[in-house]
Write a protein that binds this ligand. Sequence first.
Ligand code: G4P
Length: 529
Amino acid sequence: MDFFDEIKRRRTFGVISHPDAGKTTLTEKLLLYGGAIQEAGAVKSNKVKKGATSDFMEIERQRGISVATSVLAFMYKNKKINILDTPGHRDFAEDTFRTLTAVDSVIVVIDVAKGVEEQTIKLVEVCRLRSIPILVFINKLDREGKDAFDLMDEVEIKLGLTVTPLSFPIGMGYDFKGIYNLWEENLKLFNPDDKQKISQKIKFNSINDEDLKDILGIDLINKLKEDIDLILGVYPKFDIQKYLSGHLQPVFFGSALNNFGIQELLDCFIDIAPQPQSKSSDVRDINPKESEFTGFVFKIHANMDPKHRDRLAFVKIVSGKFERNTPYLHVRQNKKLKFSSPNTFFAEKKEIVNVSYPGDIVGLHDTGNFKIGDTLSTGEKINFKGIPSFSPEHFRYINNIDPMKAKQLEKGINQLMDEGVAQLFILNINNRKVIGTVGALQFEVIQYRLLHEYGAKCSFENLNVYKACWISIDKSDAKEVDEFKRIKQKFLAKDKLNQLVFLADSSFSLNMTKNKYSSIKFYFTSEFR
Ligand code: G4P
């Protein structure tokens, strides 16, 4: 198979959902179809269990699982599928946002009874802003839930999408009878006893099949015919270009737990979902088909063994072939690095790989060279865009409580920040360190890991900050800028890239500051240029 065919057959995507909608179950069933696992229950949920906030062993257990499930790759009908794991817990939302920079499309899972939930709204918004193709899977049809049409309305309104169903349920809950596949124009009947197996479902190629009348009854068939007429009349016809450009989102229905409606989803997905896409860099757009290798780090995972502080950096290959033992340029450090044991991921196993292609993820052992967002290339000096930092929600001073271990603390903090566990800001006025996180849980993770991996003890101290704002300055008004820097001195800090950040203490004071200094712009994300 030549290089271009390898690119064409790759599908790299993420499954996103609000916790409990069925992301893990769906992922597991997709793997089952790929033959990558033999039985249900093999993929462990990586969610932080309810009430586990102060259970450190639970956090460690989760970290262990999330190494194994970071990338789940398998072959299905000669396509190479790479599923990138996205944590559902809101405290790890930034991890998910970063992973979304490495996917070419997403599947959004929605619980039929709960409808569109908070975390889904946030994640879909990020996908929409980046025009990532989205496919919607409405799950748990074996339970009573919302009416399918109402739910599609809700998806359109709350998620700002334009949907068109490609499959449609016949009944729901106790009366769930099957799925009509509008993509292939056939129908499959639901049998709850099939639960965990991939058995041949009873399939009808036409809704007018006489046998179907005996099984479903004329009333249900007429209702289905009406539903299909309504769908064809009301929803836009599926158009692959619109889907690929993020303007139309196909919807599938099913039950992941009962393994129903999943094959329809997967078969359609491999046909329509995008192959690896171009990515913008600060210099130019990089096309996957270019022969020179480029890639970027979107995730760093610390080793679970505290004695070996090496880490695994996850690199998405954007263009060219990645080859083992070949020197590549680490652009930020301007030095060449060679990787003797790059890992590839197959189902849940890691293996050493000799060659990987665009769309693939390789895991590189790292002793501290990488930060999230770093670019690798055969030699061109480019930096991929699109891994912004978002303003944290919680801010605390971090204090050293063991003066003998200052170095260890410093090293630990830097490495955890490189991993993207949280963000570090250094106050201009007194050089104190402020840690910003998305959720309160991260402070406990940081404290625990600093102690166990670096032998450093720290304490946190509250700091009243509402948002961190990255700022851009119109230098033509030097007087105003000087005044801003002088008067707001105690609110100014530097981020990890030495960029100036304004730590606003309330939304009111932020608005006042914005109004007062018109030559300065304030942003809640680090990537505004
Ligand atoms: P998540 O990764 O999105 O957080 O969700 P996960 O797959 O862990 O599923 C959350 C719960 O929903 C699980 O039950 C799972 O079995 C159930 N579930 C998933 N798909 C379906 C479905 O199609 N129908 C029904 N009825 N339930 C479904 P749990 O009791 O929380 O966990 P478990 O003990 O079953 O693992």
